[in-house]
Ligand binder design. Structure first.
Ligand SMILES: [Zn+2]
Length: 331
């Protein structure tokens, strides 16, 4: 927790909050410690960072490459000790509050909207900030891989990367399935369209929740926790899948256990990437939960719980969140 102490002191001074790469030097034993839920965006991100860094180091190693961490995390949209609101800019352009955060290719730094994420953490849970941070680091990964920044595909791929990391961290005990639930809830809530008051530049709620879950589930479908190809084909869902009112669209796990609902050709019961993106996702939420429970494995039970919780959560909270006009732009 040394980094956390440093972090808090720096934040009060309105300065750089954490050097992302510095956590690489942390003792190996510390990396296996669970990420204790934190109460502020800076402390949560500091707690998640060592695990996230290790994930991408290992993933790049699996690709035969060397991961180059982002430079630093800066926080903005909070009032400092002198009573001034801290702002941020990327490449000479001010970053508006209300966009959660931003990876800046121009300086390789990450900028996090402090107040907005603090508010979202209070609504969703601490890992809201962790999942967002993993998304922003996903853009850092894209830059290294030469992937063009083209909305909404780059955004949805970054959501997928966030889910992919989260699953790895849950499997090794850094995070919990409660964290994972908060991660997909963040992705869903951050989407636009419908009457959310947000634009669709990053995808709709269903696009984002679905992309995040695609990453979360990729290890179980591919058998390789470092196989990023599951995130290569994420994109907007088809029109009939958008805002359908059925939160089960968020969960491509259904394609693992049920026959395709839209074609007669995919009856093998196996899952590939295309089957989770071309509309062959079941709409039978209760049936999927029951099937997962019947499989009676720790993973299937966890997924059933997530599906059930998310269905209830989305119905009550996230199906049509109001635009918070306290944030400029209301994106
Ligand atoms: Zn993004």
């Amino acid at each position: 927790m040394l980094a956390r102490t440093t972090l808090t002191r720096s934040l009060r001074a309105g300065a750089v909050v954490i050097a992302v790469g510095a956590a690489l030097a942390a003792p190996a034993a510390a990396l296996a410690d669970p990420v204790t839920p934190q109460t502020t965006p800076d402390s949560e991100i500091a707690a998640v960072n060592p695990s996230l860094l290790e994930f991408w180091n290992e993933t790049f190693q699996a690709w035969g490459k060397t991961y180059q961490p982002a430079g630093a995390v800066y926080y903005y949209d909070y009032v400092d000790r002198d009573g001034n609101t801290v702002t941020a800019s990327c490449g000479g352009n001010q970053i508006e509050p209300g966009v959660y955060g931003e990876y800046c290719p121009a300086d390789n730094n990450v900028y996090i909207d402090y107040n907005q994420n603090l508010d979202q953490m209070n609504q969703i849970g601490s890992y809201e900030a962790g999942a967002l941070f993993a998304h922003e680091i996903g853009h850092n990964v894209q830059q290294q891989m030469g992937i063009p920044f083209e909305q909404p595909y780059d955004e949805l791929q970054a959501d997928c990367f966030s889910g992919m990391y989260t699953r790895w961290a849950v499997d090794r005990g850094d995070l919990t399935t409660d964290d994972a639930q908060q991660g997909v809830d963040w992705a869903y809530s951050a989407g636009g369209g419908g009457d959310t008051g947000k634009d669709m530049s990053h995808g709709t709620q269903y696009d984002r929740g679905f992309a995040w879950m695609q990453g979360y589930l990729q290890a179980s479908t591919s058998g390789n926790e470092f196989d990023s190809t599951a995130c290569n084909n994420v994109g907007p869902l088809s029109a009939d899948q958008q805002m359908s009112g059925d939160p089960n669209y968020l969960f491509p796990v259904a394609a693992d256990t049920q026959t395709s609902s839209s074609s007669t050709t995919d009856t093998s019961g196996t899952t590939d990437t295309s089957s989770t993106t071309d509309g062959t996702v079941t709409t039978d939420s209760a049936g999927t939960i029951n099937q997962l429970l019947a499989m009676n494995t720790p993973t299937s039970i966890d997924l059933a719980k997530m599906l059930s919780d998310s269905a209830a959560h989305n119905a009550s909270v996230w199906l049509a969140p109001a635009c918070d006009s306290s944030y400029n732009g209301c994106l």
